[in-house]
Design a protein around this ligand. Sequence first.
Ligand SMILES: Cc1cc2nc3c(=O)[nH]c(=O)nc-3n(C[C@H](O)[C@H](O)[C@H](O)COP(=O)(O)OP(=O)(O)OC[C@H]3O[C@@H](n4cnc5c(N)ncnc54)[C@H](O)[C@@H]3O)c2cc1C
Ligand SMILES: NC(=O)c1ccc[n+]([C@@H]2O[C@H](COP(=O)([O-])OP(=O)(O)OC[C@H]3O[C@@H](n4cnc5c(N)ncnc54)[C@H](O)[C@@H]3O)[C@@H](O)[C@H]2O)c1
Length: 470
Amino acid sequence: MARIRTDLCILGAGSGGLSLAAGAVQMGARVVLVEGHRMGGDCLNYGCVPSKALLAAAKQAQSMRQGGCGIPGVAPQIDYAAAMAHVQATIATIEPHDSVERFEGLGVRVIPAWGRFLNEGEVEAGGHIIRARRFVIATGARPSIPPIPGLDKVPYLTNETLFDLRERPGHLLILGGGPIGMEMAQAHRRLGAEVTVIEAERALNREDPELAAIVLDRLRAEGVRLIEGTRAERISGQPGAVTVETARGPLTGTHLLVATGRLPALDRLDLAAAGIEATQAGVSVGPDLRSSNRRVYAIGDAAGGMQFTHVAGYHAGVVIRPILLGLPARAGTAHIPQVTYTDPELARIGPTEAEARATHGPRLEIARFAFSGNDRAIATGRTEGLIKVMVLRGRPIGVSIAGEGAGDLIGLWAFALANGLKMADIAKMVAPYPTLGEVSKRAAGAYFSPRLFENPWVKRAVRITQRLLP
Ligand SMILES: Cc1cc2nc3c(=O)[nH]c(=O)nc-3n(C[C@H](O)[C@H](O)[C@H](O)COP(=O)(O)OP(=O)(O)OC[C@H]3O[C@@H](n4cnc5c(N)ncnc54)[C@H](O)[C@@H]3O)c2cc1C
Ligand SMILES: NC(=O)c1ccc[n+]([C@@H]2O[C@H](COP(=O)([O-])OP(=O)(O)OC[C@H]3O[C@@H](n4cnc5c(N)ncnc54)[C@H](O)[C@@H]3O)[C@@H](O)[C@H]2O)c1
């Protein structure tokens, strides 16, 4: 076995591992990056990128079908294989950025193999023994497959196989109404498939129900059949005919997509050999993302917590400080946004209204503004939408937005929360007219309006001043 000595060994070349490798090598560290499967990880190959590309194709089809602004709709000619070719072309365009060639060009040593710990300070991968000053586990997550009787005997899809389809499913059954389930439900419905979602609780149940309802109403109106509060009890069938038995009766479709959550991918690592503690949720880490083995950190999906590409990238930025410079660093969550890319989009940062009320009680104030009052939304015919801001002592602590462009609109609030800005700072902003961005300013306006317009002291001050002014 060849021996390698290095400063930093990263396991997993997905969103987190790649960000860390690029940053660390360019700052002068010797970096070994171990990847057992595809560079770019889940996000590029089976996650964010293909799902957003398919949603874009579906949105194109829907805008033709729906028409609007005086232009009548037309029946789109949908070629599912062509939509999937667009998905693959999107991946192929982004791929070079995450490639072995690019990282080797930066000076990273890439080992294309699965890695596993041999002891507290060594990893074995592809016939190499890597001894590093620090290790970072960035091995991501994979679909969690629920133990439903019969599921192991039928053909089913996950996000890892869905994008390989070239023939449109006639009727796609989806187990799970989380972000994966709802994004893929809308994409497939708009591309012409029949779609039924079976959700054990409430669809999009981590979101504010009032805002989730805006999205779910739209999906239902487009023909997605949503069966909530129902578990799959037994599954049977064969290719082309899969039946899910539920308390509300059997449901039969041509394909089944399992989207019931994701579990950290730790099984190949032999964590015990390195004294690294973990639970089902992920590697056990403190706020500094350090594991029970002080040489080893975990980032991204492998660290449990929020499963998003931007979180993996953020984690990379957090651990680079102690690893390269010995400086302290802590990862927070209060300023992390998340977006479900249905149409309309659903974006959130911080707690929902119910969560914020449970923590802060009557001290919490809520500012809201509906997209129906935004001139741009009216001009484009996209008036379904709402922004809701949770405010504590003049500062926003949480924001939920459902509506066209919500994922971009949440950016302003992510900036505000990351920098501890106040509602007054948002109110100071002059937003260009007519833009959807005005909804943020109007929400801040809604917060100050009662203070300004319903305040007898303000009225009295104005009357006195008016008497005194020449
Ligand atoms: C369908 C879908 C859509 C999504 N959409 C979004 C979105 O729109 N926005 C968003 O922010 N997030 C989205 N996500 C989540 C996002 O993809 C993940 O949060 C992100 O990829 C996590 O990055 P990571 O670096 O932790 O892991 P990954 O990107 O999964 O990378 C982990 C890598 O580690 C490798 N690996 C695993 N074990 C080993 C080992 N023992 N040795 C060597 N290599 C190993 C894997 O092969 C993989 O390449 C989506 C996920 C899915 C499934
Ligand atoms: N736009 C985005 O940023 C985006 C998109 C997709 C995925 N992701 C990430 O990937 C993660 C995983 O997504 P996901 O949608 O698979 O998981 P999820 O955990 O968010 O949702 C899974 C849903 O499945 C339901 N469920 C679980 N077991 C069930 C069963 N037996 N029968 C019926 N329903 C069942 C749950 O109640 C839940 O609502 C997300 O939490 C998110 O972090 C992000």
